[in-house]
Design a protein around this ligand. Structure first.
Ligand SMILES: Nc1ncnc2c1ncn2[C@@H]1O[C@H](COP(=O)(O)OP(=O)(O)OP(=O)(O)O)[C@@H](O)[C@H]1O
Length: 338
């Protein structure tokens, strides 16, 4: 679901670190395009290069080869002032929140505005507006140590949005949070994307995070992009070995046979298209399905239409999928012919 216009393009991007024990190639020939207004996920195992990749996007790390294009312009080729403005257009949040402990919530959110030379009154007004948006206007005088993890991340989000960035980079932003708090922070990111039109780039090692909010995803493995595409496509038919491992877990090692097995028609009858039915099914059942036919439309954020999927030959797998469809109240029926 990439919009026509890319906001970020990575072309042949590479990053090498020089350490006492020799060079480490953290990124090698990365090519990616992130569309304006989308929520783009980057997933991989520990050490795959995720953090380095996101830090190269905003030049917290300067790539050793290749190009980062922001709105079609190379960051390297920009003049210093232009590059500063481009980097200011990219807010960032982190796993450990990175709030300033000696400053209260309001002062934390005002901080980037002070650096940008915004007047005190204007900064306070903007910060209060953002704190209201993240649901913390009543905690403006609190210090970070007095907040829960979820509240700290909300402050960090407000701070990252203070200078009205076009992109929000999220580096494992929910990895230190419990499942419920994770859900609420992901909900907030989705809302920010929708209401402010901010492009969101999410780095994570958790498939559930990708599944919850991302439109498209790139899987990174050992410094390379293993595959990328729409979340529903990658989840239903992961092509790379690492993709199969991440999505199907142990089941990836199994050879799943389809043959002439059962086919099921799923009808999308108004269920929100933001709820990735097929991805949820595959994650829950840990087994792939074949998409035989799909005719779905997104009408004002609602999925309409139908899809015919073929179930694996194994009866246990079939039952698991049929049970899932039933429990999740997804309209479906077995079909003999297409
Ligand atoms: N500043 C650095 N100096 C030397 N090596 C580095 C540096 N930063 C990252 N690396 C190395 O680059 C590789 C990729 O690291 P990176 O932190 O990007 O991975 P990651 O996918 O984010 O992992 P994790 O999820 O564990 O944080 C690793 O081998 C790491 O040791």
């Amino acid at each position: 679901m990439q919009s026509a216009e890319p906001i970020i393009e990575l072309v042949g991007l590479g990053k090498e670190f020089h350490t006492s024990s020799g060079p480490i190639k953290a990124l090698d020939d990365i090519n990616l395009s992130i569309g304006r207004g989308e929520i783009f996920g980057i997933i991989g195992l520990s050490g795959a290069g995720k953090s380095t990749l996101v830090r190269c996007i905003n030049y917290l790390e300067v790539p050793t080869s290749g190009t980062v294009l922001f709105e079609n312009k190379s960051l390297t080729a920009m003049r210093p002032r232009e590059q500063r403005l481009a980097r200011q257009s990219m807010g960032m949040i982190f796993q450990q929140f990175n709030l300033l402990a000696q400053r209260n919530v309001l002062q934390n959110v005002c901080f980037p505005l002070e650096i940008a030379g915004v007047s005190k009154k204007e900064a306070v007004d903007r910060a209060m507006e953002l704190l209201h948006m993240v649901g913390l206007s009543d905690r403006s005088k609190a210090y970070p140590s007095q907040l829960s993890g979820g509240q700290k991340q909300r402050v960090a989000i407000a701070r990252a949005l203070a200078t009205k960035p076009k992109i929000l980079l999220c580096d494992e932003a929910t990895s230190a949070l419990d499942p419920n708090t994770t859900k609420s922070i992901l909900g907030l990111l989705k809302e920010i994307n929708k209401t402010l039109g901010v492009t969101v780039v999410v780095i994570t090692h958790e498939m559930s995070v990708i599944e919850a909010i991302c439109d498209r995803v790139a899987i990174i493995d050992q410094s390379h992009i293993a595959e990328s595409g729409c979340v529903a496509d990658i989840f239903s038919e992961p092509k790379s070995k690492i993709g199969r491992q991440l999505i199907l877990g142990e089941a990836a090692e199994r050879v799943v046979q389809f043959g002439e097995s059962k086919r099921v028609r799923i009808t999308f009858d108004g269920r929100s298209s933001f709820e990735p039915v097929l991805s949820n099914l595959i994650l829950a059942c840990k087994v792939p399905v074949n998409i035989i036919h799909a005719e779905t439309k997104d009408i004002n954020g609602t999925a309409m239409g139908q899809m015919v999927i073929q179930l694996p030959e194994d009866e246990l797998d079939q039952n698991r999928i049929l049970n899932y469809l039933k429990t999740a109240k997804i309209t479906h029926e077995e079909v003999k012919d297409l």
